[in-house]
Design a protein around this ligand. Structure first.
Ligand SMILES: Nc1nc2c(ncn2[C@@H]2O[C@H](COP(=O)(O)OP(=O)(O)OP(=O)(O)O)[C@@H](O)[C@H]2O)c(=O)[nH]1
Length: 468
């Protein structure tokens, strides 16, 4: 061991001076868990004067979430297992968190723990930001859809800053509307979509393309354009723009209603940092959803196309079979539609198909599906009302609604329709059989003059055939 008296005449003074100048803090804790000595570096690391800490329980300074494992680590040290890299978080005097890495050892004869605390907050911050970026980019690939992506982004952001009140606002440039597809809040329900000029804090972030941090204690006036907002009755409001490739596509926002959560510029930096990755993940998911929509929908009417209808019918049949339920299929073909094209042009024919699609959708429930098979042929799956009369009633309703004249660019156009009805399990056991039966019934309706509903005539009597 070095002889201190050779370095300085008074070894004690020399040691005190060295300890005073150390960047890391030396902390000594007795068997009862009280600080009995804390060196000067505590001032910078914990924000307390050393004398404010001595005599007090060490555990009271530890972040509540980390207390249990800190006590377990302390027990290990007392049992003789020294710790070289134990990490936990302390609450500084100003309320902020500091990440500490401890090296600690038990001093048997003194019955006390001797530890050295190193402030690793910056390193932890860099690590968690890196991890957050990685997690967001992973979520961009693996999230099932946009809402799953939002929930996962929320979880990731909550690991970086307090985010119990968090929302995602999306801005649709074409409609000019700001919507709130993900909204978690202690007091408010998700707001309805609103125009960008409705004077909200979120729209201010979109308009300016800049983050906005409002702290209740700063008493800063609201931006002049802001009139009302669901955030105005929160104490602190922090929103950052989601910058897409062609400008802001939305906002990520956190807000607090309680004084123990305050947002700082540092939080704004963190949220902004993550928002870049979140924005690109959202754009990626939006693109995937657009492509999926295009693949499954008819471009003219935006109705489900043949592939989606067949897939939906197959899975509905699986459920119906399992639950012993009925379901119905309507096959609809417009009568003499060709004449509309021939007399008024293809453009008016297109408008008629679009308007007819809207009318049909209004006749069915949310569990049902109206799709376009092609040309002037539509398929309607009735999964909601499973009664035999319900299917015919719905078919009659559709027929009569399509009979009403259409006003299309100044032309008054009248059409009628022929509809075939087939029911599971009476008329078919699988989707192909059901569609064929409904098509046959539609053909019968057409052959007998059109503008009518016909139910499939070929009921399956053989139970073995039904169950096939
Ligand atoms: N405007 C328009 N017409 C289409 C479209 N797709 C198919 N058609 C036309 O729709 C018509 C469908 O033919 P049909 O069902 O045989 O004609 P129809 O006059 O309804 O005859 P019936 O069904 O026997 O009453 C054809 O003239 C197609 O050219 C489309 O997307 N837009």
């Amino acid at each position: 061991m070095t002889d201190l008296s050779k370095l300085a005449p008074n070894g004690q003074e020399f040691l005190s001076e060295v300890i005073e100048r150390m960047v890391d803090a030396i902390c000594v804790v007795d068997l009862d868990g009280r600080f009995i000595f804390v060196s000067a570096a505590a001032r910078r690391i914990f924000g307390y004067e050393p004398e404010e800490m001595t005599g007090r329980q060490m555990i009271d300074f530890v972040c509540p979430e980390d207390r249990e494992r800190t006590l377990a680590a302390a027990r290990d040290v007392i049992a003789g297992q020294s710790q070289a890299h134990f990490e936990n978080r302390y609450v500084r005097k100003d309320g902020t968190l500091v990440h500490i890495m401890w090296s600690a050892q038990w001093w048997e004869s003194g019955t006390m723990r001797v530890g050295v605390a190193r402030d690793v907050t910056e390193r932890k911050r860099a690590e968690s930001m890196q991890a957050a970026l990685y997690a967001v980019s992973e979520a961009a690939h693996t999230a099932a859809d946009l809402s799953d992506l939002f929930a996962r982004a929320h979880e990731i952001i909550a690991g970086l800053l307090p985010a119990s009140n968090f929302f995602v606002a999306l801005y649709d440039r074409r409609s000019g509307l700001l919507s709130f597809p993900y909204y978690v809040d202690a007091y408010h329900a998700p707001p309805a979509p609103r125009a960008l000029d409705s004077g909200t804090l979120s729209s201010e972030v979109i308009r300016t393309g800049k983050r906005l941090l409002l702290r209740s204690d700063a008493q800063a006036p609201l931006p002049t354009r802001v009139k009302v907002d669901m955030g105005t009755n929160s104490l602190d409001w922090l929103g950052v723009p989601l910058d897409g490739q062609g400008g802001p596509i939305g906002v990520l926002a956190v807000q607090s209603y309680t004084g123990d959560v305050r947002y700082t510029e540092q939080d704004a930096d963190l949220l902004q940092f993550v928002s870049v990755q979140v924005a690109s993940a959202i754009e990626r998911k939006q693109m995937e959803e657009r492509l999926r929509h295009i693949a499954w929908h008819d471009p003219l009417t935006d109705l489900p196309n043949r592939s989606l209808l067949h897939g939906h019918l197959q899975s509905s049949l699986v459920h119906a079979r399992r639950e012993g339920r009925h379901l119905s299929v309507l096959y609809l073909d417009l009568d003499t539609f060709k004449q509309v094209n021939d007399m008024l042009g293809h453009g008016i024919g297109d408008l008629l198909l679009q308007e007819a699609a809207l009318r049909m959708k209004k006749c069915v429930g949310s569990a049902d599906m109206v799709g376009r098979i092609g040309g002037d042929e539509f398929l309607i799956l009735l999964d909601g009302d499973t009664s035999a009369t319900g299917a015919v009633d719905t078919a009659e309703l559709i027929r009569s609604i399509l009979n009403q004249p259409f006003q299309l660019e100044g032309h008054r156009v009248r059409v009628s329709s022929s509809i075939g009805v087939a029911r599971y399990p009476e008329h078919g056991a699988d989707y192909k059989q059901l569609i064929r039966c409904a098509d046959d019934a539609m053909y019968t309706a057409k052959k007998t003059g059109g503008n009518r509903v016909c139910v499939c005539a070929n009921a399956l009597h053989d139970t073995a055939q039904r169950a096939a």
